[in-house]
Write a protein that binds this ligand. Structure first.
Ligand SMILES: [Zn+2]
Length: 388
């Protein structure tokens, strides 16, 4: 909020469609010196972790570099909505929130994924993704703000980094004498982090993101009830899916989550009132596609591998799945029971019990949409919405 510059939204200056598997090698061989240096730093930090084997901390620049690679995998999976006005609007809402956090100077990026699936994902370093399907299911700017605030909190609280550390996701073998920028180790870290981001965090992290998220949204003037309203609508939407009924409205965890939100709003007197439905509708005209009509991709981690390659499945064999998959905003929709290794597109995944939202097919264009939002733009946006 204080020293925020204009650098918040230069996402994707490098809109290079790197094949994921070749990413590390490409960085090692064709990266700019700055990129190589950053990857080198991350490698050095990883090596330090190998030595120390305790706390694994990375700098903001390294975290952002990891986030960039993870975001690229997510964009490759789902595609990006090529609409500058929509991206700009979502970015303005996100920047109003991000500026009020403890990490206002991260290079925050807000990306609209081109899929009917209803989801939102936070990658490390300030890469926040929301799907077209989620925007279609929302009815006000406060719902959008509350959901973005939840995702932003995952970043500001460094939930991903903590999960990597706690889960010992990066195995440092005694025989690994060096961890370099082009090592398979870094590629594995990207893969594992992407999987974590897509499948959702643990219960405690999700509750913290809810709690701090609505506090954040309220602090800038948004009505804090939007998150609960959105979650309820999402829950209702998924009632028709036989495989997932247990995870939704009747599920104790979901009910606990909604109860906690209501209690917090009362006990903390979170009384901000801006909902801004009209402004939302001015920019967002999507409608939600019924779940039964969503085409999905199966294979790998919710189709993450997209083309039916088996790397993700192999990786899963020696790793326990993230805990409490069904609890996150994205993770509300538990991964489907697909055992298939080849990708396929079907018309009624919900009827088969697959994870329709997470497994939803993505759009064809992967290029990030660059929007430049200045402090003056943010100030004007806040003033127009009567935000703080
Ligand atoms: Zn979450």
């Amino acid at each position: 909020m204080r020293t925020h510059g204009t650098s918040g939204l230069h996402a994707g200056r490098r809109a290079i469609a790197l094949a994921a598997a070749a990413l590390a090698i490409l960085f090692a061989t064709t990266a700019t010196s700055a990129e190589a240096r950053q990857f080198g730093q991350l490698g050095a930090v990883a090596k330090k972790a190998q030595e120390v084997h305790a706390a694994w901390n990375i700098s903001d620049a390294d975290e952002q570099q990891l986030g960039a690679a993870v975001s690229q995998k997510i964009r490759e999976r789902y595609g990006v909505v090529q609409d500058e006005a929509v991206t700009r609007y979502v970015s303005l809402v996100g920047m109003v929130l991000a500026q009020a956090t403890s990490r206002p100077n991260l290079a925050w990026k807000f990306i609209v994924l081109d899929t009917d699936g209803v989801n939102a994902f936070a990658a490390p370093g300030g890469y926040v993704h929301i799907t077209r399907g989620a925007l279609g299911l929302m009815s006000s700017e406060s719902e959008l703000a509350d959901v973005l605030a939840h995702e932003i909190t995952h970043v500001t609280e460094k939930h991903t980094i903590a999960a990597i550390r706690k889960g010992n996701m990066v195995q440092f073998g005694a025989n690994q004498s060096s961890v370099t920028a082009d090592s398979a180790l870094f590629q594995k870290l990207i893969d594992k982090t992407t999987e974590l981001v897509l499948l959702g965090f643990g219960r405690a992290d999700e509750l913290e993101a809810d709690q701090k998220g609505i506090r954040l949204a309220n602090s800038v003037g948004y009505a804090p009830g939007g998150l609960g309203e959105f979650l309820k609508r999402l829950s209702d939407r998924n009632k028709g899916s036989s495989a997932k009924q247990g995870l939704f409205a009747s599920h104790p965890e979901m009910q606990e989550r909604l109860d906690k939100l209501s209690k917090q709003i009362a006990s903390e007197h979170l009384a901000s009132t801006a909902t801004l439905q009209d402004r939302y509708r001015k920019f967002i005209s999507y409608t939600a596609t019924p779940q039964s009509e969503i085409a999905t991709v199966t294979g790998g981690a919710a189709g993450l591998t997209g083309g039916g390659e088996t790397k993700k499945d192999d990786a899963k064999k020696d790793e326990p799945p993230p805990k409490k998959k069904g609890f996150g905003l994205g993770g509300l929709l538990a991964p489907g029971p697909s055992e298939k290794k080849s990708a396929e597109v079907t018309g009624s995944a919900a009827a088969r019990g697959a994870d329709t939202e997470l497994g939803a097919k993505g759009g064809p264009v992967k290029t990030i949409v660059v929007v430049n939002v200045t402090p003056a733009d943010i100030a004007a946006f806040k003033k127009e919405g009567n935000l703080k």
